[in-house]
Design a protein around this ligand. Structure first.
Ligand SMILES: Cc1cc2nc3c(=O)[nH]c(=O)nc-3n(C[C@H](O)[C@H](O)[C@H](O)COP(=O)(O)OP(=O)(O)OC[C@H]3O[C@@H](n4cnc5c(N)ncnc54)[C@H](O)[C@@H]3O)c2cc1C
Length: 371
């Protein structure tokens, strides 16, 4: 069944998928960037086009423990060169597809899993809260009560992105007797689910990010991904974290392009700045190489592998903020006007450093791993 999902686009190689995403982004995404950033427009048609191009299918396991996240990361980066909101929506979609494909729920894989992998069904992931819970940062927000045929789930999640009435998201709730965590898919259309759009963000506002209330939502057994979920979460966590590198790499490449563009009018003075695009490019290529290597074995269980994933994610977040800061200094006043790309990239960059696992969580995790 996993094979079927991964082969959703059997004729397309990784390079073709990334090339198609690049073309769609140039044609359909670039004209929308201001609308996404200023008006919070959700780029749904672009997301669907990416899905048809195979962007949400290449990272899925090809039977057993074989999976390579490299193409998905590069596709996300191709969109992220222009717009981090869109690239983050791609991550949400990739993560949802990843959860389903890495589970042992054959029914979900053959139905919703296929639709998510092709972009026909859209959705996201509510794993920030559990990821923080597992590492001792906050309390679990969803609780499930066992009833005939499934669970009644209640609780409030402050932010879940890439949602809509007909979308889906992966979530973790705590169940009793025995006390354990369960991971499942929540359909936004299920009775008892309320999506509230009451927050305005400084960037990433086009990501359809809602506060989600669940009031005794019936989650049937056929929506369960793992019960108990401990082993399964260990299996999916490296993929969850590594895929986020696509957002960082796209944003950094976009910042390098801004610095290069500023060279013609301002190169005579920009050359005195400490951070130069050529150095940032070299650092980016080194990070891309390290992540590509890690992304080729996302089910690796060795603790040193998990540590390397955390280190790579931390470096990607810090490099995003540094690159956007450098782009701002290179662009000067032309980046400081409300329509300037550099100020938007700077606002976007902080998201890479605060989305779970945030810089502070990554540093806590590394401190607790010891040497
Ligand atoms: C645009 C956007 C999209 C997101 N999308 C998702 C998603 O799809 N899925 C997902 O699981 N998470 C999502 N998040 C959450 C994100 O991953 C982080 O968990 C979040 O940014 C906070 O992480 P942190 O570790 O820095 O926690 P901190 O910010 O240090 O602490 C988080 C705690 O602060 C509380 N809090 C939040 N806002 C306020 C406020 N205005 N005043 C007081 N307290 C507040 C929260 O309830 C939470 O308990 C999103 C966040 C943003 C900003």
């Amino acid at each position: 069944m996993l094979d079927n999902l991964a082969r959703a686009r059997p004729t397309e190689s990784g390079a073709e998928v990334v090339g198609a995403v690049r073309d769609i982004a140039a044609r359909e995404l670039v004209p929308l960037i201001q609308q996404i950033d200023v008006e919070g427009h959700y780029p749904e048609s672009v997301m669907r086009a990416f899905g048809r191009a195979g962007a949400f299918a290449t990272h899925l396991p090809q039977g057993g423990d074989r999976a390579d996240l490299g193409t998905a990361i590069r596709a996300m980066a191709a969109a992220g060169e222009h717009c981090l909101s869109t690239s983050f929506c791609m991550w949400c979609q990739d993560a949802l597809a990843w959860y389903i494909a890495a589970s042992t729920n054959d029914g979900l894989q053959g139905s919703l899993g296929r639709r998510v992998a092709s972009g026909e069904a859209l959705g996201g992931t509510a794993l920030s809260n559990p990821m923080k819970t597992f590492f001792g940062i906050e309390q679990i927000r969803l609780r499930g009560k066992r009833v005939a045929g499934g669970y009644l789930v209640r609780g409030l999640l402050p932010f879940v992105s890439n949602l809509g009435r007909d979308h889906y998201f992966g979530a973790v709730f705590e169940a009793e007797e025995p006390r354990r965590y369960v991971m499942a898919i929540v359909p936004c259309a299920a009775p008892g689910v309320t999506l509230a759009d009451n927050t305005k963000f400084v960037a990433l506002d086009g990501t359809r990010t809602f506060s989600v209330q669940l009031r005794d939502v019936m989650i049937a057994d056929d929506l369960v991904l793992a019960d108990p979920s401990d082993g399964y979460i260990k299996r999916i966590r490296a993929g969850f974290v590594l895929l986020q590198a696509g957002m960082a790499f796209g944003l950094i490449r976009g910042c390098i392009a801004l610095m290069q563009q500023a060279k013609a009018p301002l190169g005579h003075v920009n050359r005195y700045l400490d951070a130069q695009p050529e150095t940032i490019e070299q650092e980016l290529v080194a990070m891309e190489t390290a992540v590509a290597q890690l992304a080729a074995t996302p089910f690796e269980t060795d603790p040193s592998y998990w540590r390397a994933v955390i280190e790579a994610r931390l470096a990607a977040g810090e490099a995003s903020v540094a690159a956007a800061h450098a782009a701002m200094l290179h662009c000067g006043a032309r980046g400081y006007v409300t329509t300037g790309a550099a100020q938007r990239r700077l606002r976007e960059a902080y998201f890479v450093a605060i989305v779970t696992p945030a810089t502070k969580q990554l540093k806590k995790m590394l401190a607790e791993m010891g040497h």
